[in-house]
Design a protein around this ligand. Structure first.
Ligand SMILES: Nc1ncnc2c1ncn2[C@@H]1O[C@H](COP(=O)(O)OP(=O)(O)OP(=O)(O)O)[C@@H](O)[C@H]1O
Length: 855
């Protein structure tokens, strides 16, 4: 039940209709009293008033009023007044007092019950009051209370509500025509290219609101005069109201049609902005009806407080204040407001002044690194040197470290350990696949949905301005000139001379990155842009040997997994033999990531066993039936059949097949087989398969040429003039045909395979080789020696033939246990290679005397 005694709000020049929200600016003691009641009310309570339109002023009224009352209400613009007048912004409205004696005389005999939905303070004693029209009512008689003696006291009236019989009395034909008009109106709005959100709301309104409520709303949206709205409010009979609404909408549609076709200024024509403005008011009304009243004012105060607390540098304060001023002038439902709001949120949340206390204790850092990682002595030494320089120098202008190595060797976890050692926040920025400069620097605010770039987002997440930021996979940046170069944006980030004023496109402000400690990681140096590489100090991490993996598994991976699964060291026991089998037969990697996952699988399997036993035991104790030990035979049950055998075991010693060594760019070494065969054909034709690049193809040509040129010396032909491939074609294939292969280092392997093919001599499967050849048979040095040797060892190779000039790499890089296991032969010429490769072949040894006489 609505109240029947209500304070009257007189409306000059405007009419409030049910379902519409209007903003009025009120002042004076009565307004203060009214708003005080609003602020004191509880959530469930509502403050109601009755909005009554005033009869228009006649000229003698004006004369009267100037003589009688100084506070003549100035003509005002309400939110729901007609379109036919220039709109004023709500905050430009002149405040009105609640009632004057003159107004009293001009009050209409009817009005609209209104609920106060929101009150804003606009100045001292001045309030912006939002009122939502609820229902038509009639004024019955003024109520005289003891307090209403003063002439300016609020006028209180007793009111009577009109009972509306919804829909039933309206003829169907009229109703249909009216609904059609409403839909046509929405259609017109769509053609005028109003924003989609507004069209959506309008459509929703037409579909959901009761016809009579919709009529009131439509009359407020379309172009209508004061008198027409007055009539609408005065009409209580539903059929008459729908007829009136239909006539007015019909007229509006005609105007829209004309204004669409004739580009002339018709009086009263709506500009697109006006229409949008009004539609937005209705949008607000609906939102408020749904109970989503936004407390922008409070939010703004809160935002302001957060901006102050963010302790921003002065150049940012200026911008933030300017933006705050701007946002206050914007409509909260507009896109611009949302953009502006988002920007201010970012400014408030960025760690302009927040930082953690640095605790740089070199011996602590050493302990942390030792504790977290096994081996990696050279790397740890270099990190400690770097930290010592930072400590002595007091700034971070030392070159940025870049860890380069195959996946899973601990690059990321080293970064985390350094952050822990320095008590810094850690944040990882993954640069893999970043192709757009805007990903690093952000999009300008003019783009819809724009955001700051990765660097600023990273700092936001870290919450402090001096975190350790790990630029992960810096070699995977995509260079595309189309979107700008992301590498170029990183240059500024990494340059200590420039990064104290890093400008993100979204913020459009300088942010000081000089306190951030950057560390980069990469799998390969080849794809890091030159200028970026220039700014970094590269630290190489190599793949691990099986022994190293065994230690890492025992000291780090297993304990870590036990903790992660809530188990004790007594619950799962893995012997060295089991761990080695897991590494050899279930993983094929340079790092230990798959090994860690495999260990996790085993621990999980034990968890399942334990849980089942605990459930079945009455006292929850597992007893002696549980065996924490894992045997090598158990692995097949837990992990499935072994995925990898030792690679060498895959082949027998066959003439024409030789094992080479390859180095994949991402730090992975591997063995690779070269298979050669000959068949009758045109003679001398060389066919190559196995996804080969140009360089490796050329190596094959050189190899064949060399063998043809030296066939007599090799005792493969009877005379120097005989062509060894006169009637035969040769086919060379590199298995794993889908993996692209390139580079010159297969040269010696190709020659050995061809010599083995023609001479039917065998190279043992446990002998592998790598080296480039020249046409004269010289063996030239190659790269990736450590990775190649480690992978050869992993594959069970016992003898490795390498270029003579690579001996220093073996001495420097290859771990001692591997050097002890493998026999190294260093070759200057291809003859040295062949002698070392076929040494076990008796026929070769028998021929050798003969070759040497030919040489
Ligand atoms: N020497 C080591 N001692 C102890 N744990 C190690 C060692 N090396 C690697 N690990 C562990 O191996 C796992 C994988 O390491 P991490 O994620 O750091 O590899 P990564 O080199 O960064 O790989 P990617 O290049 O794929 O990012 C981590 O759990 C890490 O703790």
């Amino acid at each position: 039940m609505h109240p029947t005694t209500l304070t009257v709000i007189p409306l000059e020049d405007k009419v409030l209709l049910p379902g519409v929200v209007m903003r009025l600016v009120l002042s004076g003691p009565e307004a203060i009293e009214l708003t005080r009641r609003f602020f004191k009310k509880t959530e469930q309570q509502a403050i109601y008033v009755v909005c009554v339109p005033l009869h228009p002023l006649r000229s003698n009224d004006i004369a009267d009023c100037t003589s009688q009352a100084p506070q003549v209400p100035l003509p005002q613009q309400g939110m729901a007044s007609g379109y036919d007048k220039e709109q004023q912004r709500p905050d430009q409205q002149q405040p009105q007092t609640l009632v004057t004696p003159l107004q009293h005389a001009r009050l209409a005999s009817f009005g609209c019950l209104a609920k106060l939905v929101r009150v804003q303070r606009s100045g001292v004693g001045i309030f912006g009051v939002y009122m939502e029209g609820i229902q038509r009512c009639e004024l019955v008689a003024p109520v005289t209370t003891t307090t209403t003696t003063s002439s300016t006291s609020p006028l209180v009236f007793q009111v009577r509500y009109n009972q509306e019989t919804i829909g039933s009395s309206i003829p169907t034909g009229l109703m249909d025509a009216y609904m059609k008009l409403s839909k046509e109106f929405v259609q017109q709005m769509r053609q005028l290219q109003m924003p989609d959100s507004l069209i959506l709301q309008l459509t929703k309104m037409t579909n959901t609101l009761a016809p009579l409520a919709l009529a009131d709303l439509m009359i407020s949206i379309i172009e209508t005069s004061f008198d027409e709205k007055w009539n609408m409010l005065a009409t209580t009979e539903p059929t008459k109201r729908i007829t009136l609404a239909s006539t007015l909408m019909q007229r509006q549609l005609q105007v829209l049609h004309i204004s669409q076709h004739v580009h002339s200024t018709i009086e009263g024509k709506l500009t697109k902005q006006q229409r949008e403005f009004y539609l937005r008011q209705q949008l607000d009304a609906i939102r408020q009806e749904l109970g989503h009243e936004q407390k922008e004012e409070d939010e703004m105060a809160e935002l302001n407080r957060r901006l102050v607390e963010a302790n921003m540098p002065s150049h940012v304060v200026v911008i933030a204040q300017r933006e705050l001023k701007r946002i206050k002038r914007l409509q909260p439902s507009s896109t611009e407001w949302a953009v502006s709001r988002n920007y201010l949120e970012w400014l408030a949340e960025l760690p302009w002044a927040k930082r953690t206390e640095d605790r740089l204790d070199v011996s602590d850092a050493k302990r942390q690194l030792e504790g977290d990682h096994f081996g990696l002595d050279q790397v740890k030494k270099r990190i400690i040197e770097h930290l010592s320089v930072i400590k002595i120098k007091g700034d971070l202008k030392a070159p940025i470290l870049c860890f380069v190595g195959p996946p899973g060797v601990g690059k990321t976890s080293l970064g985390k350990s350094i952050a822990k050692a320095l008590s810094r926040e850690f944040h990882r920025l993954s640069l893999g696949g970043v192709r757009d400069e805007a990903d690093v620097r952000g999009h300008r605010r003019t783009y819809v949905g724009s955001q700051p770039g990765l660097v600023i987002q990273g700092l936001h997440k870290a919450g402090v301005n001096n975190p350790l930021i790990l630029l992960d996979e810096i070699d995977k940046l995509v260079h595309s000139s189309h979107y700008g170069d992301p590498g170029a944006a990183l240059l500024e980030v990494l340059d200590p001379e420039q990064n104290n004023a890093f400008t993100d496109h979204y913020l459009n402000l300088a942010f000081d990155l000089s306190n951030v400690l950057f560390i980069a990681t990469a799998n390969s140096l080849d794809t890091i842009p030159g200028p970026l590489l220039d700014r970094m100090e590269v630290i190489q991490l190599h793949g691990y040997t099986f022994e190293e993996k065994l230690h890492i598994a025992k000291t780090h991976l297993l304990p870590k997994q036990l903790v992660a699964h809530g188990l004790d060291s007594k619950d799962v026991i893995l012997s060295d033999e089991v761990i080695l089998k897991m590494a050899e037969n279930y993983t094929r990697e340079s790092g230990v990531r798959t090994l860690e996952r495999t260990i996790a699988s085993v621990v999980r399997a034990k968890c399942v066993e334990l849980a089942a036993l605990r459930e079945s035991a009455a006292d929850g104790q597992v007893g002696p039936s549980y065996c924490p030990q894992i045997q090598t035979d158990d692995l097949a049950t837990i992990l499935g059949i072994a995925r990898f055998d030792k690679e060498v075991a895959e082949r027998d010693d066959v003439p024409g097949v030789v094992t080479g060594l390859a180095y994949g760019g991402s730090g992975n070494g591997s063995i690779l087989f070269v298979e050669a065969t000959k068949m009758p054909g045109k003679g001398g034709h060389l066919q190559l398969t196995g996804s080969l690049g140009d360089v490796i193809k050329e190596s094959a040509q050189i190899a064949l040429t060399w063998v043809k040129a030296h066939a007599f010396e090799l005792n493969l032909t009877a005379t120097r003039r005989t062509n060894i491939v006169e009637f035969d074609d040769v086919h060379i294939h590199f298995p794993s045909g889908s993996i692209p292969k390139d580079g010159p280092s297969a040269g010696v392997t190709l020659v050995s395979a061809l010599v083995s093919l023609f001479g039917e001599w065998q190279v043992p499967a446990t002998t592998a080789m790598s080296g480039e050849i020249s046409l004269r048979g010289q063996v030239l040095p190659v790269g990736g020696i450590k990775e190649k040797v480690i992978s050869a060892h992993r594959a069970g190779i016992r003898k490795v033939i390498l270029p003579w000039r690579n001996q220093k790499d073996v001495d420097a890089d290859v771990p001692l246990p591997i050097k002890m296991d493998i026999e190294f032969v260093y070759a200057k010429t291809i003859w040295d290679v062949l002698n070392a490769a076929f040494v076990k072949d008796e026929k070769w040894s028998a021929n050798r005397i003969a070759f040497e006489s030919h040489l």
